[in-house]
Design a protein around this ligand. Structure first.
Ligand SMILES: [Zn+2]
Length: 281
């Protein structure tokens, strides 16, 4: 439903054509939010759809607060590095890039000028950034892929934990979000005998210390040495060396709220800037 440009539903697949037309015509600066995640192994306890389920929750909330339409064009993303574990679906880089560009170009043809890409899976990042660059050039539309906020106390605390324990995949941080947003899909009992399974050169482990004065340098040396596939360095599919059972739902709630606020504020400020001449028809 949309009345005088005000949406009552936000997923594109739930709108009728007249709803969409009403929104496009009457919303002063229509924004389409596109969320991308993955279908990939997330350790023994998190659902394969973790990243896509998360991004859907995030973009729907931002859409509600900003009167935007949200689109989740595909469940999988770019996950070749997880193919050593069963259940993972990966698109090729060309496929994912095409999905993003075709989605944006379709709605560009209907007159949408502002697209927000929201990503919930690190493996997609380079492809998403390339899509931003190419769509601005070829579809004559504004495309943004904002990240953040990174300077809040909570963001800094999480970032430090991610660096120190490599808590970036299926560890406490992600488990917290899953327990907040879709607890019925989480199987914590599978972690009964949890122990870290990260297998890497002990010298590289020493580099995982953001307190070191040479951290900027050694963290990049570590990145250079990282093997390409997840099953090269972890047998459980969990990256980190901190215990996922220490997941903190309250922290996830605060972080989710911070991200929703940041993206909503991004859209609010963005709408105050008129469409620059190069993007006009
Ligand atoms: Zn994930």
């Amino acid at each position: 439903m949309s009345e005088k440009g005000k949406l009552k539903r936000f997923w594109i697949q739930e709108l009728t054509r007249p709803d969409f037309e009403d929104w496009l015509e009457n919303e002063p600066e229509p924004v389409v939010i596109i969320g991308i995640g993955s279908i990939e192994q997330h350790g023994p306890h998190l659902p394969l759809g973790m990243d896509s389920l998360y991004v859907r929750a995030l973009i729907h909330e931002v859409a509600k607060r900003t009167n935007s339409v949200c689109v989740h064009p595909c469940w999988p993303g770019y996950s070749p590095h997880h193919m050593g574990f069963k259940g993972t679906i990966t698109f090729s880089e060309e496929t994912l890039l095409s999905i993003l560009m075709d989605t944006i170009e379709s709605l560009a043809q209907h007159g949408v000028k502002r697209f927000l890409l929201v990503n919930a899976h690190g493996g997609n990042t380079n492809i998403i950034n390339l899509a931003v660059q190419l769509c601005k050039r070829y579809s004559k539309v504004m495309v943004a892929a904002p990240t953040g906020p990174s300077d809040t106390e909570l963001a800094k605390r999480i970032a430090e934990r991610q660096k120190r324990y490599w808590d970036v995949h299926s560890g406490p941080t992600e488990t917290s979000s899953a327990l907040l947003l879709f607890p019925e899909l989480v199987e914590m009992w599978r972690l009964e005998d949890w122990r870290p399974t990260l297998k890497t050169d002990p010298r590289l482990m020493e580099f995982m210390d953001p307190g070191r004065p040479d951290y900027e340098l050694v963290s990049q040396v570590r990145a250079a040495c990282m093997e390409p596939d997840t099953d090269d360095f972890t047998s459980s599919g969990i990256y980190g060396i901190n215990d996922p059972r220490t997941a903190d739902v309250e922290e996830a709630r605060l972080r989710f709220e911070e991200r929703v606020n940041f993206l909503s504020e991004f859209i609010r400020v963005w709408k105050t800037i008129p469409v620059p001449p190069a993007f006009r028809d």
